[in-house]
Design a protein around this ligand. Structure first.
Ligand SMILES: Cc1ncc(COP(=O)(O)O)c(C=O)c1O
Length: 394
């Protein structure tokens, strides 16, 4: 069978290969003294809180399950608008909010709405692998720009200016980032946006981890910079609803009808049941629960990052959000007699039954040196992971 060149261009998601190997080994070692510990998972270990589950149940039982408007339930767009006002002090009118099937659909809609064949989009290396594939699926080209720890593994205005070429259409950023958990410093973000604006380009920013920020210096939405910023967000991470497939995007007013037309044709609407359930995310009891969980994520970070550093798995930039640690495994790999993050990850899996993610998917610049640990696991599991690492490389 002949497949499209578009499909052939999409690289495999190696994370999944590692996850499959980890699951196979997990079955073998289940019930032994060292069952598998999964620190490779990119989703919260928490699930939707009670009011959200009850709202979903009510929606199903009362039969409010027909399609919604392609832009999403008006009430949900209003609640999201209210969240921006209350939490970030930013006025984001509901009419600029489009509810989507996760951030993934929002990214796809943004790329399809804005990118023409051959357009180039600048993004940091390392970054979330699917983002470059959304660009590629829209016939554009993702241009990965190597970043450093000094830059918090994010783009800088100077690098954006230097990399801008005749075909550049804009930047696709993520703050806080996956895999590093680091955000763009607000002043730098303003400078980047000024450069992009000066070139007549687009600033698209994936803020899916914004709710999971632990540092007031960083936890602000880029939407404060102006109506021309396109922000992607989701119910997956802060709201703990990964499999419910619900997210949103905030776009300039002129873009709403274009996204609406695309969404009507490509998706009809996001899941109706999930939309009704998500209304309950913004109830005071749910927010209180999310805030308790955010504190738990922060406590895990505060325990785990120093423990990794002490083991020679250096985390060069303290994550200010999300639930990841981007650690340099050079020394630790040497101690295990292997070279590179891919072999190191497999060695940890085999010898300590710890599943982690090698850097490979996230870019090409320096990713053979780095591995991603996810702290979306209980404190007890993180402590056990550290004990096993100590035995192996301590
Ligand atoms: C940076 C980033 N963007 C987007 C996504 C996709 O999220 P969603 O579940 O909302 O489609 C993820 C998921 O891990 C992510 O880490």
């Amino acid at each position: 069978m002949k497949f499209s060149t578009r499909a052939e261009r999409i690289e495999p998601f190696y994370v999944m290969e590692v996850a499959k190997a980890a699951q196979a080994l997990a079955r073998e070692v289940a019930g032994t003294r060292e069952p598998m510990i999964f620190l490779n998972i990119g989703e919260p270990d928490f699930t939707a809180p009670p009011l959200v589950v009850e709202a979903a149940d009510r929606a199903v039982r009362s039969g409010v399950t027909q399609y919604t408007n392609a832009l999403g339930l008006e009430a949900l767009r209003e609640r999201i608008s209210g969240w921006y006002a209350e939490r970030f002090g930013v006025d984001v009118p509901a009419r600029r909010i489009v509810v989507t099937a996760g951030a993934s659909a929002a990214l796809q809609l943004a790329c399809l709405a804005l990118i023409d064949a051959g357009d180039e989009v600048l993004m940091p290396d390392p970054s979330y692998p699917c983002n470059r594939h959304f660009v590629s699926a829209a016939e554009g080209k993702a241009v990965l720009i190597p970043t450093t720890a000094e830059e918090r593994f994010q783009l800088s205005a100077a690098k954006v200016e230097a990399a801008w070429g005749a075909k550049t259409r804009g930047v696709l950023l993520a703050s806080p980032s996956n895999p590093t958990g680091t955000s763009i410093a607000p002043d730098e973000l303003r400078r980047i946006h000024d450069v992009v604006r000066g070139k007549g380009g687009l600033t698209i920013i994936d803020e899916i981890y914004l709710g999971l920020s632990y540092d007031d210096a960083f936890g602000q939405t880029a939407l404060a910079l102006g109506e021309d910023v396109i922000s992607i967000n989701s119910f997956s991470k802060y709201f703990n609803m990964t499999g419910w497939r619900l997210g949103w995007m905030v776009v300039p007013e002129a873009m709403v009808p274009v996204v609406e037309r695309l969404a009507q044709n490509l998706f009809i609407c996001a899941s109706t049941v999930s939309q009704h359930a998500a209304l309950a995310c913004f109830e005071p009891d749910s927010i209180a629960e999310y805030e308790r969980r955010r504190a738990e994520f922060k406590a895990r970070r505060d325990y785990f990052i120093p423990a990794l550093d002490a083991l020679g798995l250096t985390v060069p930039v303290q994550p200010d959000g999300a639930f990841y640690a981007w650690a340099d495994c050079t020394q630790a790999a040497e101690r295990l007699g292997v070279a590179g993050s891919w072999d190191f990850a497999y060695e940890l899996m085999r010898r300590a039954h710890l599943a982690i993610t090698p850097g490979r998917d996230f870019g090409t610049a320096d990713t053979q040196r780095f591995v991603r640990f996810s702290t979306a696991n209980s404190m007890a599991q993180l402590q056990e992971a550290v004990a096993r690492l100590q035995r192996l490389i301590g």
